[in-house]
Design a protein around this ligand. Sequence first.
Ligand code: ADP
Ligand code: ADP
Length: 219
Amino acid sequence: MPVYLVLIGLPGAGKGTQAALLSKQHGLAHVSSGDLFRDNIKRQTPLGQQVEAILKRGDLVPDDVTIAMVRDRLKNPECARGAVLDGFPRTPAQAKALEAMLTELGGRVNLVPYIQVSEPVLVERLTGRWTCKGPGQHVYHLKFNPPKAAGVCDVDGTELFQRPDDREETVKNRIAEYVAKTSPLIEHYRSLGLLVEINGDQAIEPVTAQLLAAVAGAK
Ligand code: ADP
Ligand code: ADP
């Protein structure tokens, strides 16, 4: 049976960083809705053109568009063993759609690690985040997770850049969007007995260790 882990947390909590490590460790696909949108924007596909201004503002993309994109990806053979979902679902409607999708695929949400971080930590993480231009969109941090050579990705040698939506004004809007639309998911998954709280204020390695232990203990 495929395994699906859903990472929840504010922008900058470390979802992408931890999803990359967890998916590798467990042989699961890493499905990041934000990476999928940014890849479409880079390639200027019709979907990319439709969502570009929305991402720039830090608003959420409409549910129907997001759900269709993630459904396509999860049906891909690459996701046959399951996936670590990073950034999806972000609304109750998306959570409902995900449950239906996973039933179709013969699985279910197995665990929802909620990576908790305090606000000052969050802002420092987002303002120091650098992402590579390669298709893997590898993530670094100026201070906490610097690349070996300044400005260059360790994995694929591409140049690093700062995401336009990590500017302070947009960050504020993204946090407000999360509080208004995504935070109800915490109680939803808690009531299903799937939520596990992870202390995301720690350094990358102890967070990974806590996550791996939670996954090992999940049914
Ligand atoms: P972060 O990892 O910092 O939280 P993401 O890369 O997950 O940011 O998301 C970047 C942007 O992509 C969001 O601000 C939003 O515009 C869009 N987005 C990503 N996932 C979703 C989703 N599940 N629903 C709606 N919009 C999304
Ligand atoms: P999210 O996907 O939740 O928006 P990221 O994984 O992109 O978050 O992390 C945001 C920034 O913080 C990145 O620059 C990343 O390198 C850094 N980071 C992630 N986890 C930690 C951690 N535990 N300690 C310090 N920095 C971290």
